[in-house]
Design a protein. Structure first.
Length: 460
C-alpha cells in the first residue's frame, strides 16, 4: 500500500509539473492609435433595430461595443447622438406581440410598438463619434447639405443626420463632420443601401448605384478618412439572400388542402375561370409560361413587368415564381390568406425579387465588394468580410458562447424584428469580427466581448 501511495504522489507531481502555462491576455493597441475613434456608415452602424433607431437599440450598436473595447487599449470616450425614446425618432418600431389574422387565428409575431418619439427636431448639440446615418448611401456621406433641415422638403437631407449635424456649418458633409473630430482611427461600413433600397422595394422603388460612381465615392471616402494618417477598418456588403427579410416567406406558400373546399378551389384555378385561357395563349404564342396548381404547396403567381419584353398586354405579364426567387418580408400575409394573393390575384411586383433582379443585385454586390477590398488593400486597412460571414450564417449557422446564430427570422438570434438589422447579440457578434480583423491587421490585442452578456429579442 505504501508503494502504491508513493506512486500516486509521484504521478501527481508529474502531472502538476507538466501543466501547460497559461498565457495572460494583455490588451495592446499594436500599431494603431484608438484615442479618437469615429464610426462612419448607415443604419447598421447607428444601431438601428426592429424598424427604428431607439435608445436601447442604439446603445447596443456594434460601433458602440467596439468603442468600449477600444477603451481597454487607450481609446477615448465614444459618444453617440443619443436617442432618448424607446420608440425611436420616426414611427415604425416593432416588438413581439400577439395579433389576430383575417382568419381569426391569434399568433405571436412582430407588431407595431407605439409611444412618444424623440423627433429629429430635438437637435443633438454635442460632438459625436458615431456618424452612422440610417438610409445613407455612399454618395450621401459626401453630399453637402445632407444634414441641413432646409433641404428636407426637397428630399436632399436626411432627418437622422439633421439631428446631429453641425449647426455652425449646416452644409457640412457626414465625412466632413467625422474629420472635424480629428480621428486617429475610423470604421467605414457603407454600401449596403446602394443595393438594399432596390432589393427591399422588389426592384420597383429604387435604383442600384452605378459601379463606376460607387468606386469614385468609396475611394473618395477612404482618401478623406486617411488624410490625417488615421488607420481604420472597413467592411463589405452581405448578399441579399443572407438576411431574414428575404428568406422568411417561402415562394411556395400557396398551400391547397386535400379537402372538398381545396379540390373545388383547385378546379377553379386550373379551369376556364382560372388560368386555362392564360396557358392556352402562352402555348399558342410559343412562350414558356404556364400557371398550374396542385394539392399541397404551390409557387405564388406574381406580376412580372419584365415580360413586357414579349409585347404582352399588362394583364398577361404574370407568371408563377420559380425556385430561387424571393418573397419579401413586407408581403401582406392576410392578403395571401384571405384575398387570394398568389393564387387568384397576382402578387404585386414590389413584394418579389425575380431571378433577373437577384442576379443584378448579386453582380452589383460582388462589384462593390471588390471595390471595398481594393480600397482596404491600397491603404493597408483592416477588412471584415461580412459577406462571407453572413453566407456562413445562412448556410450552417455560427455559434458563440453556446448561442447559435442563423438567418431564421426571430428565433435565429442574429436579425431584429425588421429582418435586416441586428439584435444586441448580433451586434456583439459583428463587433467581435471587427476586433478579429483589427487585431490581425495591426498586431493589436483588443479583447472580444462575451456575446451571452447581450440581450436577445425580448419575448412578452
Amino acid at each position: 500500500m505504501k508503494i502504491r501511495y508513493l506512486f500516486y504522489l509521484a504521478l501527481l507531481a508529474f502531472v502538476v509539473s507538466c501543466k501547460p502555462e497559461v498565457n495572460e491576455f494583455t490588451p495592446s493597441k499594436g500599431g494603431a492609435d484608438f484615442t479618437t475613434y469615429v464610426a462612419v456608415g448607415n443604419s447598421l452602424t447607428a444601431g438601428y433595430a426592429d424598424g427604428a433607431l431607439y435608445k436601447s437599440g442604439q446603445s447596443y450598436s456594434w460601433a458602440n461595443i467596439l468603442g468600449q473595447q477600444f477603451a481597454t487599449v487607450g481609446g477615448g470616450a465614444f459618444v453617440q447622438p443619443v436617442v432618448t425614446s424607446e420608440f425611436g425618432v420616426l414611427p415604425g418600431k416593432r416588438k413581439l406581440g400577439l395579433s389576430t389574422d383575417c382568419l381569426g387565428v391569434q399568433s405571436l409575431g412582430p407588431v407595431l410598438d407605439n409611444g412618444e418619439l424623440d423627433p429629429y427636431t430635438n437637435h443633438v448639440d454635442y460632438a459625436v463619434n458615431n456618424l452612422g446615418v440610417p438610409g445613407a448611401k455612399a454618395l450621401h456621406l459626401l453630399a453637402p447639405g445632407y444634414g441641413n433641415p432646409a433641404n428636407l422638403a426637397a428630399g436632399l437631407a436626411n432627418p437622422y443626420f439633421v439631428r446631429f449635424a453641425s449647426t455652425t456649418d449646416p452644409n457640412i458633409t457626414v465625412v466632413g463632420q467625422a474629420m472635424s473630430m480629428s480621428p486617429t482611427f475610423f470604421s467605414l461600413w457603407i454600401g449596403n443601401n446602394d443595393v438594399l433600397g432596390y432589393a427591399t422595394s422588389g426592384g420597383a422603388g429604387d435604383v442600384i448605384t452605378d459601379t463606376l460612381a460607387f468606386s469614385e465615392y468609396y475611394f473618395g471616402l477612404i482618401q478623406t478618412l486617411t488624410t490625417g494618417g488615421a488607420k481604420g477598418v472597413v467592411a463589405n456588403i452581405p448578399g441579399v439572400t443572407s438576411t431574414a427579410f428575404f428568406t422568411t416567406i417561402p415562394s411556395d406558400v400557396i398551400d391547397i388542402p386535400d379537402t372538398p373546399e381545396g379540390q373545388g378551389y383547385l378546379a377553379i384555378l386550373n379551369g376556364e375561370q382560372g388560368y386555362a385561357p392564360y396557358n392556352a395563349f402562352m402555348e399558342s404564342h410559343g412562350l414558356p409560361y404556364r400557371i398550374t396548381f396542385a394539392i399541397g404547396p404551390n409557387q405564388m403567381v406574381i406580376k412580372d413587368p419584365a415580360m413586357s419584353f414579349y409585347d404582352l398586354p399588362e394583364q398577361l405579364q404574370i407568371r408563377q415564381m420559380v425556385d430561387g426567387e424571393l418573397a419579401l418580408l413586407t408581403l401582406p400575409q392576410d392578403s395571401i390568406k384571405c384575398a387570394t394573393w398568389g393564387s387568384g390575384v397576382p402578387v404585386p411586383d414590389q413584394y418579389i425579387l425575380t431571378k433577373a433582379e437577384i442576379d443584378y443585385i448579386t453582380s452589383s454586390t460582388t462589384a462593390f465588394n471588390d471595390i471595398i477590398y481594393q480600397a482596404a488593400l491600397a491603404k493597408g486597412l483592416a477588412f471584415v468580410d461580412v459577406n462571407a460571414i453572413m453566407s456562413e450564417v445562412a448556410t450552417t449557422g455560427v455559434t458563440f458562447d453556446g448561442i447559435t446564430f442563423t438567418n431564421t427570422f426571430v428565433t435565429g438570434n442574429l436579425f431584429s424584428l425588421d429582418g435586416i438589422h441586428l439584435t444586441p447579440q448580433g451586434n456583439a457578434v459583428v463587433a467581435n469580427y471587427f476586433i478579429d480583423a483589427i487585431n490581425g491587421q495591426y498586431g493589436a490585442q483588443i479583447p472580444k466581448v462575451s456575446v451571452a452578456n447581450y440581450p436577445p429579442i425580448p419575448f412578452p
